[in-house]
Design a protein around this ligand. Structure first.
Ligand code: TXA
Ligand code: MG
Length: 320
């Protein structure tokens, strides 16, 4: 079983000995390895059962000099970093490929960088003086973990250690933007930092053309619970579904359907922030329940909700 600790020095030694460490971030837990330790990075891919063509995000401490890792940073990207870091925004930048192991970039000429906001992980990164790669600490394709017990339920290996930072307070993965172009950017993965929040910070035109760089969103399914998840656009369709399947459905909605079982119901919060915080956490409760499937009411198709909708659309399927 992985050792769970809050001892930063111990976790630092573990990483420096070339072993993977689960780290808390404000978004979800990550499975970390030092960027200069190829064997540890390979262990991370192996533990997750992640294909090698999926690049990893490099996590840096506050005020890290990025020049060893990237060869240019557009002005708007600097503005975004100043505004949102530390925080749930990842920037894909032109990589200094001679300094970065191609395992991290999947052999591409770009590298994704983020500065996480969590007191323990920030302290650890500051002590290490070397960045960490950290994909979400879940088996490939499954729901990301937002607590230590989620990480423990997926990984039993003694080589793994877990830094216990409590429950992640954002709850879904970071927003990723392609910042490789000098004049425009593009969202590659939606998150809690929405297109509107980015546009408020920088005047740079938002580019909508199809992007050619590899993104997680290109996979048809992702973030999946073990039970089948059906999503619904409106309460009426959800009510009909529950009428046909009494007792067997775990419902996440704003209002409990007439025929739903109260013990198998979660009342969805009002705001995107609260919903992001609860989404994966509640989906796991639904997954561990006695229900046979999960039914979820989609939030509105407005910008502030895109990150949450994207997760649900990839995790589930429309009901027949
Ligand atoms: O919030 C997060 O970003 C979490 C926490 C742990 O930091 N990490 C995370 O990592 O979600 P991961 O590996 O599960 O998802 C990151 C995605 C990858 O699926 C990959 O496709 C994309 O980031 N990515 C990484 N490097 C990239 C690159 N150079 N170009 C385009 N996409 C990249
Ligand atoms: Mg992931």
């Amino acid at each position: 079983m992985p050792l769970v600790t809050t001892d930063i020095l111990l976790t630092q030694k573990h990483l420096e000995a070339g072993k993977p460490l689960a780290i808390p971030t404000e978004t979800v837990y990550g499975l970390a390895a030092l960027i200069n330790n190829e064997s540890a990075i390979r262990q991370v891919f192996a533990l997750k059962n992640r294909p090698l063509d999926h690049p990893l995000i490099v996590h840096v401490a506050r005020d890290t000099d990025l020049s060893p890792y990237v060869h240019s940073i557009p002005e708007y990207a600097k503005t975004l970093m100043n505004h949102f870091w530390p925080g749930p925004l990842t920037l894909v930048l032109p990589a200094n490929t001679e300094n970065i192991n191609p395992l991290i970039t999947a052999g591409q000429s770009t590298v994704a960088i983020r500065c996480p906001k969590h007191p323990l992980t920030e302290k650890l990164l500051a002590n290490l003086k070397t960045p960490l790669v950290a994909p979400s600490a879940n088996p490939f394709g499954k729901i990301s973990p937002t607590t230590v017990s989620h990480v423990q339920s997926a990984f039993h290996e003694a080589t793994l250690m877990i830094l216990d930072g409590g429950r992640c307070n954002v709850g879904i993965e970071s927003t990723i933007i392609d910042a490789t172009q000098p004049e425009s950017y593009q969202i590659l993965r939606q998150g809690l930092i929405s297109e509107a929040a980015l546009a408020e910070c920088i005047p740079t035109a938002y580019q909508t053309s199809e992007n050619t760089i590899k993104v997680p969103g290109k996979l048809a399914s992702h973030y999946q619970p073990n039970k089948v998840l059906y999503y619904f656009d409106d309460q009426e369709a959800l009510e009909q579904f529950c009428k046909k399947n009494p007792q067997k459905v775990y419902v996440l909605a704003k209002k409990i359907p007439e025929n739903a079982n109260k013990a198998l119901y979660y009342s969805l919060p009002e705001s995107p922030e609260e919903t992001a915080f609860e989404l994966y956490y509640q989906l796991r409760i639904a997954d561990w329940s006695a229900a046979e499937c999960i039914a979820l009411l989609l939030p509105p198709a407005s910008k502030a909700w895109f990150g949450i909708r994207e997760r649900i659309l990839k995790a589930g399927r429309p009901a027949k």
